[in-house]
Design a protein around this ligand. Structure first.
Ligand SMILES: [Fe+2]
Length: 504
């Protein structure tokens, strides 16, 4: 039996007739009874079986019931022990209560008293165990609170895994998040005592237990193992994470238990934590959908702005792609790369405030017109500032016209004072502008654009980022044919000495 439900009671008394009376009195109740007159047998039983309550004689020949008491509490920390004696003294009573006995019955006692004492003891035990469950609910509330206060999904799922491990007293817990459409794993989370256990709880094969099935309850398997000095049972629990009946993941748990039991309370905790994982994933998906819708709307707006100037068509898309290659080379994580797409798409959104006659002017801008044009990063900031979803785009918008030498705008920031997002965008934004046709000039060649970047390396641009970009061109990682319809011989790039600090 893996899930414990009946109450296990051990009765030990060296007098046969006492055992018989107690057995008869309690047999009508729904208890799993083990009754014995043999104290050694009782000790063995305590060692090898689950126990909720022990009723023990205090003196059995030379054998003391305190040994039963101590052994029980050593192995079953929340078990109840009631001792019985025909020769009570206050000293003995105090002594055994101090050692952790729940109560002390003086023989002969009425069977009614025995029954009410046991009922009271089990009620007390129930409250203690409820407290454990409440602890699990506190964990849930922490996670729920994190869910509603904008904590990242990865952090929430890490909390779920840690809480499962603590609350179920597990040796290893893994959570595999999957794409419900393809069934492919998306992310793995784990909390384990050893690195080897991580492979077991994050084993993708466990997904097959739920693939294509409508199973909502956990699969529980038990296997007897040799653990340190004792025999133990390894319980594996596979808990599906379902959202609207679709499988979004699985929580794998390994518990090593001496008696191969998990309690209904532990399964309740698991169910609560699984629900919070499902809620977190569902919320995150909704958030991503919302973010995508916003991004599409803003993308449409960016395209509308580009459409005002025929010569910049496709600029933001190309810049996003070039910047994406740079981010890859810099080893940015997925979230930073997502923000980069957002930032590149929105970087010139402030041009909405620039009049058409300035935006489309074919001759050199006057001083006044240049002033108006240079306001676009600040206008962009004002547009975006009120939309919390787009906060990550701010450094791209506000800093893409700053210069390494501090002569850019709007804040005249210098070198590393300029956010990396702005420094990176500045390089690819300029490269794309040089390559693109303008009303007053034809687009330059790649080699010309590269020599321009080299010329202003350490003046207008972050020198290291220029080197990284040129290296990407040299390695053929920028598809010039696709984006610019250019089929240029770039072998001359090999002659450019690349700084040793490049970290591509
Ligand atoms: Fe701009």
């Amino acid at each position: 039996m893996i899930i414990q439900s009946a109450i296990n009671i051990l009765v030990v008394d060296d007098e046969d007739h006492i055992c018989d009376i107690i057995e008869e009195a309690l047999s009508s109740e729904k208890y799993n009874l083990m009754v014995t007159t043999d104290s050694q047998k009782a000790l063995d039983y305590i060692e090898t079986h689950p126990i909720d309550l022990v009723l023990s004689d205090l003196k059995m020949g030379d054998f003391s019931g305190t040994e039963i008491l101590e052994q029980t509490l050593k192995i079953h920390s929340d078990a109840i022990v009631i001792l019985m004696t025909a020769h009570p003294t206050v000293r003995t009573a105090i002594s055994v209560l101090k050692k952790g006995a729940y109560d002390f019955l003086v023989k002969p006692f009425k069977l009614e008293l025995l029954k009410t004492t046991i009922e009271r003891a089990l009620a007390h035990q129930q409250v203690t165990r409820e407290n454990v469950r409440l602890r699990g609910q506190v964990e849930f509330l922490k996670i729920f609170n994190a869910n509603t206060t904008g904590v990242e999904i990865e952090k929430i799922l890490e909390m779920v895994v840690e809480s499962c491990k603590n609350e179920l007293d597990a040796i290893a817990v893994g959570l595999i998040e999957i794409d419900p459409k393809t069934g492919e794993p998306l992310n793995f989370y784990s909390a384990t005592d050893t690195p080897e256990q991580k492979e077991i709880v994050c084993d993708e094969d466990t997904l097959s237990k739920f693939m294509g099935s409508r199973r909502t309850r956990p699969v529980i398997e038990a296997q007897r193992i040799k653990s340190k000095k004792n025999q133990a049972v390894r319980i594996s629990i596979y808990q599906p994470i379902l959202i609207r009946r679709n499988l979004h993941g699985i929580i794998n748990i390994i518990i090593e238990s001496r008696f191969g039991q998990i309690t209904p309370g532990q399964l309740d905790i698991l169910s609560i934590l699984t629900n919070s994982a499902a809620n977190a994933i569902a919320n995150n998906n909704l958030y991503k959908d919302l973010q995508q819708s916003y991004l599409e709307a803003i993308h449409g707006l960016a395209n509308a702005i580009e459409a005002r100037d025929n010569y910049t068509a496709g600029h933001t898309d190309r810049v996003s792609i070039l910047a994406g290659e740079m981010a890859e080379a810099l080893g940015w994580d997925e979230r930073k790369k997502y923000n980069l797409v957002m930032g590149c798409t929105l970087h010139d959104i402030g041009k909405i405030g620039v009049p058409d006659n300035i935006l489309n002017k074919t001759s050199k801008l006057t001083e006044e017109e240049t002033k108006i044009m240079r306001v676009h990063p600040k206008v962009g900031l004002q547009i975006i500032r009120g939309i919390s979803l787009f906060k990550p785009a701010i450094p791209y918008i506000i800093a893409h016209h700053e210069r390494w030498d501090g002569k850019g705008y709007p804040k005249q920031l210098k070198k590393e004072e300029i956010p990396i997002e702005g420094r990176l965008l500045s390089v690819v934004d300029t490269f794309d502008a040089i390559l693109s046709d303008r009303p007053y000039r034809k687009g330059s060649t790649v080699m010309e654009a590269v020599s321009e970047l080299r010329k202003y390396r350490g003046i207008q641009f972050d020198p290291e980022l220029v080197d990284i970009f040129i290296n990407l061109l040299r390695q053929g990682k920028i598809d010039l044919k696709e984006h610019y319809e250019i089929d240029e011989d770039l072998s001359g790039l090999d002659e450019i000495i690349i700084s040793e600090t490049v970290s591509v």
